[in-house]
Design a protein around this ligand. Structure first.
Ligand SMILES: Nc1nc(=O)c(N)c(NC[C@H](O)[C@H](O)[C@H](O)COP(=O)(O)O)[nH]1
Ligand SMILES: [Zn+2]
Length: 166
């Protein structure tokens, strides 16, 4: 229900606040929820794991670690999980392109088909580093629901851009 979505997004925002500020990315928080049990399977925030990592990427990598595999093998490791049982909440929409050239999180989500049914986002990505984020379309084309959870935009963007030169 909408109340739950807001609570999950608030939780993701609390994770984003742990991200070390940096001028060349956004501070984002993400959680992966099993919607049949409402259990939070994994959490992540930007730069949580070493390297130039994104919140969603950390979320997936940490879950993969728990399954004893690399992020690339997560879908295989969870082959017996029921399809479309996972939903991702991320304070900012998954990236479709990264200035670093690292694999975008939209691709990381598409790799998890058919486990992931929906992506709930707090804000769209501002057009600062990437002119147009095409993730929403790619996810929709793959049958993954893309939902904007409203109400936290101002705080999400304030946290996301805290490391930017004003
Ligand atoms: N959804 C999302 N989660 C994140 O954790 C994060 N940092 C971004 N940020 C998107 C932005 O487009 C990229 O951060 C820049 O394009 C720079 O790319 P790198 O991050 O250096 O690969 N977006
Ligand atoms: Zn990303």
């Amino acid at each position: 229900s909408p109340g739950d979505h807001r609570a999950y997004m608030q939780y993701a925002l609390s994770l984003a606040k742990q991200s070390p500020p940096k001028p060349s990315n956004y501070r984002v928080g993400a959680i992966l929820v099993d919607r049949s049990t409402n259990v939070v399977l994994s959490t992540g925030y930007t730069l949580e794991l070493e390297g130039n990592t994104h919140a969603e990427q950390c979320c997936f990598a940490k879950l993969a670690e728990r399954h004893g595999v690399a992020e690339e093998q997560l879908a295989d490791a969870m082959a017996n999980a029921s399809p479309r049982s996972l939903v991702l909440y991320t304070t900012m929409e998954p990236c479709s392109q990264r200035m670093s050239g690292n694999l975008p999180c939209t691709q990381r989500i598409l790799r998890l088909r058919p486990l992931v049914s929906s992506v709930y986002v707090g804000v769209k990505e501002p057009e600062k580093f990437v002119s147009e984020n095409t993730g929403r379309k790619a996810l929709g084309d793959a049958g993954i629901e893309f939902v904007h959870v409203e109400g936290l935009e101002r705080e999400i963007l304030e946290v996301a851009t805290a490391g930017h030169v004003k």
